[in-house]
Design a protein around this ligand. Structure first.
Ligand SMILES: NC(=O)C1=CN([C@@H]2O[C@H](COP(=O)(O)OP(=O)(O)OC[C@H]3O[C@@H](n4cnc5c(N)ncnc54)[C@H](O)[C@@H]3O)[C@@H](O)[C@H]2O)[C@H](O)CC1
Ligand SMILES: [K+]
Length: 480
């Protein structure tokens, strides 16, 4: 697990209703349980806590241990710096307990002369996953103090030996890590404590996926994503507009290449419209499309593009030659079904509904969620790309893992929401995300926008309403 994954799990756990308080309680309780199982009860225990959540786990462990042991808590640092609500709560509880001794060591001068020789166990909850750089004072002195008792008392580190990866770190006998093993630690024993994450989190798409995908870095126009939408035909003009509209809220620039009749109907000043001559996109537009593709970070191909023979030639030749991350949707999928080899080596997302999935792969996604997901994963692996299978529950796979998204509601069966989704996937691609993350973020965000609309007006809304709800949805999700 990378650090980012842990943050994703925490936020998505909260989405499931699991609070940070519960996770911390489970962490601290687990630490206390392991200590008593190992070293018995009736011990004299010192718990050294920092002001972050690693320290918070220490506060909880101290409370649990105090039931049958003699516990002293040393807070290393300024108590005003205890940041998270869950750590504050647990610190407040400890301070009210008569049978837990609490000492605040604000600076290193208070640590130098500390005598810990009466303690059988020293718990190290100074620094955890939030460590940045070399340990600073007064934490550094506390680490050195604990190490004076190496070999004399049992030293137990919570999550990781404080100071790690610096050389100045606690020399522990045992580290208690959470949910996953930390195999990089080989010099001491490791015990894993589960803190209440359900298996769900391996597969659930949640607000964290949007939060981490909405990366806007630059201050200059164009630095935060440039997207090209290619679509529209004599039969459809709404589809490319909906895709472009949705994307325009998320990226700096949206270009839209569409046949002139469609272009004439779109007056939105937020979009940069490029008219393609004639009623449909055909092979003679390929050069123009490739030139535009050069200017952007990602492409959405397919909304309303139609499936006449001339357009098929356009799509297959364009795909053959283009080399930018690309989303293929709607009629584009029908055409790609006959030219899958043109996707080789490209970063792409296909966004089929169940029928289009059948056209693409000749099998219907059926059965339980897990059965459908395994099929999507198998096909994603086969084509070496990402598939977002739209449905009451969306399924997303890049061939290595599978994920499902539950936001959205029946109101979204209204025409055009698929185009909104395709545009949103494209926008997240243009923001620099890999195809998997772009698909996850878009599925969640668009479904969430639909859910906000349902709260307001039941299922009576349209695709353009969904697109226009994206900014509000984004704000909610990012602040979650
Ligand atoms: N989901 C989980 O895995 C859970 C983990 N828990 C525990 O939370 C910590 C991580 O907590 P966090 O608050 O993010 O960070 P830390 O406690 O490690 O430290 C932040 C704290 O320390 C200061 N600091 C950072 N670097 C240094 C340094 N080099 N020298 C001195 N001080 C430093 C910083 O300023 C902050 O104040 C994880 O390890 C688990 O133990 C949850 O309790 C349960 C869920
Ligand atoms: K620690």
């Amino acid at each position: 697990m990378r650090i980012e994954d842990v943050y994703i799990w925490d936020i998505n756990a909260k989405w499931l209703g699991i609070t940070p308080f519960q996770l911390m309680e489970n962490a601290g309780a687990g630490v206390a349980r392991v200590i008593e199982e190992r070293f018995g009860k009736g011990l004299k225990i010192a718990v050294f806590c920092g002001t972050g959540n690693n320290g918070g786990d220490g506060f909880v462990a101290a409370r649990h241990l105090s039931f049958e042991n003699d516990v002293t808590v040393f807070l290393v640092g300024d108590e005003a710096k205890i940041r998270s609500e869950e750590a504050k709560l647990n610190w407040g509880i400890l301070k009210n307990l008569e049978f837990v001794k609490v000492k605040v060591l604000k600076d290193s001068s208070q640590i130098k002369d500390l005598d810990l020789s009466s303690f059988n166990v020293i718990v190290d909850a100074l620094l955890g996953a939030g460590t940045k750089g070399e340990p600073r004072e007064p934490i550094k002195s506390a680490i050195e103090k604990i190490n004076e008792y190496s070999g004399k008392a049992k030293i137990v580190s919570i999550d990781l030996p404080s100071g790690y990866p610096s050389e100045v770190r606690v020399e522990c006998d045992l580290a208690i890590t959470f949910q996953w093993d930390k195999e990089e630690f080989r010099d001491f024993e490791r015990v894993i404590v589960k803190i209440g994450y359900p298996r769900e989190l391996y597969h659930l798409v949640g607000p964290a996926h949007v939060k981490f995908a909405f990366k806007r870095k630059g201050e200059h126009k164009g630095q935060n994503g440039k997207l090209l939408i290619i679509g529209g035909s004599e039969n459809y003009y709404g589809a490319p507009y909906l895709a472009a509209k949705a994307a325009s809220y998320l990226v700096d620039l949206v270009f839209l290449l569409t046949p002139e009749r469609v272009a004439k109907k779109i007056t939105d000043p937020n979009l940069i419209i490029r008219e393609a001559r004639g009623e449909n996109l055909t092979a003679r537009h390929v050069e123009e499309a490739l030139k535009l593709a050069e200017k952007v970070d990602a492409i959405v191909l397919g909304p309303g593009i139609g499936i006449n023979e001339a357009t098929k030639a356009f799509v297959s030749e364009f795909l053959e030659r283009v080399n930018k991350p690309i989303v293929i949707d709607a009629d584009g999928l029908k055409i790609v079904a006959e030219h899958k080899e043109s996707l080789k080596g490209k970063a792409f997302v296909l966004t089929p509904h169940s029928g289009e999935f059948y056209t693409l792969f000749g099998v219907k996604p059926e059965g339980s969620l897990e059965e459908r997901a395994k099929l999507v994963m198998e096909k994603a692996k086969e084509i070496e790309g990402t598939i977002l299978l739209k449905g009451p529950i969306d399924i997303i796979s890049d061939g290595n893992g599978w994920y499902y998204n539950k936001t959205g509601n029946k109101g979204m069966t209204t025409g055009g929401t698929g185009d909104v989704l395709a545009g949103t996937v494209g926008a997240f691609l243009a923001l620099g995300n890999n195809p998997l993350r772009a698909a996850q973020a878009a599925a969640f965000l668009v479904g969430y926008a639909g859910d906000l609309l349902k709260e307001e007006r039941e299922e009576a809304y349209t695709a353009i309403d969904v697109a226009e709800k994206i900014p509000r949805a984004l704000k909610d999700v990012i602040e979650f």
